[in-house]
Design a protein around this ligand. Sequence first.
Ligand SMILES: [Zn+2]
Length: 118
Amino acid sequence: MLRRQRLAGEWIEPVNEILRITEGHDELVAQEGDWKIEFIAREGGLDWLLAAIARSGAEIIAEGSRARLRLCANPHCGLFFYDNSRTRQRRWCSMAVCGNRSKVAAFARKHASARNSS
Ligand SMILES: [Zn+2]
C-alpha cells in the first residue's frame, strides 16, 4: 500500500479467511467525540486475537490510499504503523524504542563532532 501498488486478490484472501473466524462481534464505540468500530471478543480462546488483528488490517485495506500507513523512520526497524497523531507527522513505530534510539544517536553524533572540532 505504501508503494501505491494494487492489492491482489490472493493477498486479501488470507485476511478474509481469518475474518470468517467469528470469535466476537463488531460494535460502535465512542472515542474522542467520534464513533469507531471496535471488535468485542467472546470469552475464551485466543482466535479472537487473530480476528481482531485481521479486522484492523481489513480497515486499513478498505481505507486504501487515505490510510495513514507509515514505515518507521528507523532504517533498521522495518515496522509499519498507523499514524493517528493529530499532526499526522509521526515518524517512529514507537517513541519509547525507535524514537529514543534516534534521539540518543543524534545526541552522540553532536557530542562526537563537538569533541572532534575542539
Ligand atoms: Zn521502529
